[in-house]
Design a protein around this ligand. Structure first.
Ligand code: GRF
Length: 206
């Protein structure tokens, strides 16, 4: 059910084609867009499952193509993912960068893009995978929180090989909101630089 991508010209001077998947605010997308000129590749499309996601406006303002792949009520996850896969293949995408994309991708989809899907999570994985990581870190009494960029692999939400991390101290009396804001500053620096490194090592898929 998973597609194949059209053959690309070996003379593709623009380098790897990156798709950024978003659902909401888009602050990481903004950071990625700001840094993409230093990459051996470019953001070819921004795709959202949410039609009115503010992140789409950020992409449009930057002149980047946008697509909406909305969920259809009652549609199985694998069907949604097959539609997403078709969009990505049709655009000859090499890398899928998740930036606040609030859907879990099926194992079939993930397996069809081996070592080509990257995610950022606002905790020091493997601690506090899943929702609400900042409050859970505070509740656990940890002294250090942070963020993690990792490959997405079948079988684990917020799992997969860790590519890099940043550490942020948790202060006495910290709130989830304050901690999240400090972690976000690190996310915006870390994510674009990890993607730059990935593209430098492996500019294009085919
Ligand atoms: C970020 O905290 C990111 O780590 C997580 O979702 C949030 C997205 O924020 N995966 P934004 O849309 O990039 O502002």
């Amino acid at each position: 059910m998973w597609g194949t991508s059209p053959k690309k010209k070996t003379t593709d001077v623009a380098g790897a084609r990156v798709a950024v998947l978003v659902s909401g605010r888009g602050s990481n997308l903004r950071a990625l867009l700001g840094a993409a000129r230093t990459w051996q590749g470019h953001i070819a499309v921004v795709i959202s499952n949410v039609a009115d996601a503010p992140a789409l406006e950020i992409a449009r303002a930057a002149g980047v193509e946008t697509r909406v792949v909305a969920a259809i009520k009652g549609q199985p996850r694998a069907d949604y993912d097959a539609r997403l896969d078709a969009e990505l293949r049709g655009l000859s995408i090499d890398w899928i960068v998740l930036a606040g994309f609030m859907r879990i991708l099926s194992d079939g989809f993930v397996a069809a893009w081996p070592e080509r899907i990257v995610n950022i999570h606002p905790s020091l994985l493997p601690a506090f995978a899943g929702l609400d990581p900042h409050q859970r870190a505070i509740d656990a009494g940890v002294r250090f929180a942070g963020c993690t960029v990792h490959l997405v692999e079948p079988g684990a939400v917020d799992g997969g090989r860790i590519l890099d991390q940043r550490v942020v101290p948790v202060y006495p009396g910290d709130t989830a909101e304050h901690l999240a804001a400090r972690v976000l500053v690190e996310e915006h620096d870390l994510y674009p630089s990890v993607i730059r490194g990935l593209l430098a090592r492996s500019p294009a898929h085919r």
